[in-house]
Design a protein around this ligand. Sequence first.
Ligand code: PHE
Length: 438
Amino acid sequence: MADRDAWASRLGFILAAIGSAVGLGNIWRFPYQTAEFGGAAFLVVYVLAVLVIGIPAILAEFVIGRRAEMSAIGAFEKLGRKEWTVIGAIGVFGGFWTLSYYSVVGGWVIRYLTGSFTGAYFGAPGEYFGAVSAGMDAIAFHALFMLLTVGIVAFGIEGGIEKATKVMVPAIVLLMVGLAFFAYTLPGSGPGYEFFLSPDFGVLADNLATVIPAAVGQALFSLSLGFSVMITYASYISDDKSLPVDGLSIAVVNSLIGILAGLVVFPLLASQTGEYGGAGPGAIFVSVPTALARLPLGELFGVVFFGIVLIAALSSSISLLEVVVSYLVDNHGVSRKPTTVGLGSVIFVLGLPSAWKTAWLGWFDGLAVNLILPLAVLLVVFFVGWVMADDAVDELRRGTSDLGTLGTVWLWALRTVVLLAVFGTLALSVFQFTGAPV
Ligand code: PHE
């Protein structure tokens, strides 16, 4: 285990973690899930889930990774808890599974990027989405997205990942703020804000059993939890000041970008159709293009917008692939480049059903976000709270002088509230899970 890669700086780590967190989950998945599960009611549960489960859980993954200085699977052995390796295994499997359909949506983004140059989707955005989101087109662009992901990961941590994420976050925020302002000026956008921001607690109470698993799953997915990404990334930290500060900043930036996406999508949908839930996975791909078609220099804005979304998607997809690759490199001593290429090909094949038919994409996504993910997070929380306990608090304190009793509060939160909340979510999901769309 000589010569492991490491982040060049603390900022490099934070940016890469944000790069992983901020992605299609915020820009594509968050708005459409919000639309599907009742708007503002979903938002309320989502925000609560980030605060109560997300932040303690991201710290749990950081603590495992930094303590062990090993990626997902090796980490548990290094910590002297070999029997818990299964947590890493589930995480690695989850990342592998998720990347298969994530790449299909990434492919849509590339498709829209190329379409932006000529304004190809300006005339009929809804029909355009229908035509390019499934079938041969989608397969070709899925292949292209996978190729880009493999290319970056093959070059290793510092060379590829750190560079790509440095420009992304500020660019996304700027563009989304711009689009949000534009949406605000459109006639008829008002009800969009109401749908997104003003919760109807009566409706929420009636639908808790469906809203909770969806919103908690979204919060965990968006923070890149469960699939050992944060364990792996934290394992490359050579020196850091404070994990709690890192975790908090990542969670805040990440949620704000999701909410910003909502402030773009809902007013736009309101001014166009006044219909939210029916937009489905196409929400962002239909609403934003409709706005672009009305803007002067719409083509240019389209290229910039989808270009940035592509960078966001790639900085997340590389983290998913990185988990699997670093497991193989760390544990089996294989070399990085051929492993990356081989894995990329297998994941491409696994993604074919999702590219062929959007219903399959929904099924893959449901399995990943509502079952594998909460299961993995449940195990992480249990492990850190009850098995690693004292070591965990000690590790959280390392590099932080003034944590006070916060470490103990965190530990007890993990042991009780967080554990129960994730368990409840998983139970609700299992209960609701429906079979494959064949
Ligand atoms: N958080 C990423 C997003 O929101 C997706 C992701 C999940 C990446 C889990 C890595 C691990 O797009």
